[in-house]
Write a protein that binds this ligand. Structure first.
Ligand code: PLP
Length: 375
């Protein structure tokens, strides 16, 4: 059996090698390494795929979040509500801009923030909310958008883990994750659902004025050459990465299907195991399984992880420490409430290997050893 990996980027590449190699060769032959035509072409194709009018590529997902907050003109001391159970990048940029991250708990089933949780953290200084569609499933955006409108707050979706997920509004309207809030942000880090061969990111919006401003801020705040309207950053998607992403975008739906099939297989074989909880599915979103994350109670998580590793099965803890317990955030942030769910999740989550190249034989091996551990 082939070695089991958390993500198999090489295996994925081999299957589309000729089109990727051609796309890379075209780039190098044209030598348009910065802002080559592939960047616009990819942005246009992603815009069509997501059905959102403006897609602005940038250098990585963290930059996308930072640029979003700069474009919304959030000011020093403004509060931004963010889940404590997320990757550090979401909250880091808030601190970097002199804003105050207000870290809140998440729902124990979806692992995402809800309108009810956010409501309790709103103060007179609150300016924005950053829901994270964690592990590949959307937060309940309809009620979050209602709450945001009621309080005049901006919404920035962190879609780094959920690109291609479908969100259903209560009226039946279905849209792609990241196209609901004022701005959606994503990452093309290699292991993300749509990953390039280096760093990359993008912002999405439906607002033309905001799109223009985002484009300027990502490019030194430049209106036209040597005319700078805003303090900006230098954040570009390389032409090479855009060319690779454009090839991979045409496979994104089949990649998503492969991840979902892997998840369904785990579900089917692990659901009867009482010692663990399989991922919950919410009614308003598809799950694109950036991660397949189980909960392991009774303080058995770390032991299970070690056992699996001894059998050649990698498993990862996303995330072991709540943001509000990180030294960097204690100094600058505010924690809304005791965050009992975040705490519990940090001690129970375990993400199993899931990717586009998983073999049934590998999954059988993983399932067998999880069962053997609890025997
Ligand atoms: C990966 C990730 C980011 C950051 O993306 P980079 O491209 O690595 O900067 C932000 N938020 C979440 C939730 C992520 O998973």
């Amino acid at each position: 059996m082939e070695k089991i990996q958390m993500v198999d980027l090489k295996g994925q590449y081999i299957k589309i090698k000729s089109s990727i190699d051609d796309a890379i060769a075209d780039c190098i032959n044209s030598a348009a390494f910065i802002n080559g035509p592939q960047v616009k072409q990819f942005a246009d194709n992603l815009s069509a795929y997501l059905d959102v009018p403006y897609v602005i590529p940038c250098a990585n997902g963290t930059d996308a979040l930072q640029i979003a907050m700069m474009a919304l003109e959030l000011e020093r001391g403004d509060e931004v509500i963010v889940p404590s159970f997320t990757y550090v990048a979401t909250a880091e940029v808030i601190g970097l801009l002199g804003l105050v991250p207000v870290m809140v708990d998440v729902d124990p089933l979806s692992f995402n923030v809800t309108a009810d949780i956010i409501k309790g953290a709103i103060s007179s200084k609150t300016k924005a909310i950053v829901p994270v569609h964690l592990f590949g499933q959307c937060a309940d955006m309809s009620s979050i958008m209602d709450l945001a409108r009621e309080h005049g707050l901006y919404v920035i979706e962190d879609t780094a883990q959920a690109l291609s997920a479908d969100y259903s509004f209560p009226d039946g309207r279905i849209v792609k994750a990241g196209t609901i809030g004022d701005i959606g942000c994503t990452s093309f880090f290699p292991s993300k659902n749509l990953g390039c061969y280096g760093d990359g990111g993008a912002l999405f919006t439906r607002d033309k004025e905001l799109a223009d401003k985002i484009r300027m801020i990502a490019n030194h705040g430049q209106v036209k050459k040597y005319v700078h309207k805003y303090i900006g950053v230098n954040s570009r998607l390389d032409t090479l990465q855009a060319a690779i992403l454009d090839v991979k975008l045409s496979h994104l739906d089949s990649y998503t299907t492969a991840r979902q099939a892997g998840a369904a297989y785990y579900d089917e074989h692990l659901k009867t195991l009482k010692a663990i909880s399989i991922p919950s599915h919410v009614s308003y979103s598809t799950h694109v399984f950036h991660q397949y994350t189980i909960l392991v109670g009774d303080n058995k998580r770390d032991e299970l992880k070690k056992y699996l590793e001894s059998k050649g099965i990698p498993a990862m803890i996303y995330y072991p420490v709540p943001l509000n317990e990180q030294e960097a955030f204690m100094k600058i942030g505010r924690t809304a409430g005791g965050l009992p769910t975040t705490r519990e999740l940090c001690s129970q989550v375990l993400s199993l290997p899931i990717h586009t190249e998983m073999l049934t034989q590998q999954q059988d091996y993983i399932i067998e050893h999880i069962k053997a551990f609890f025997k």
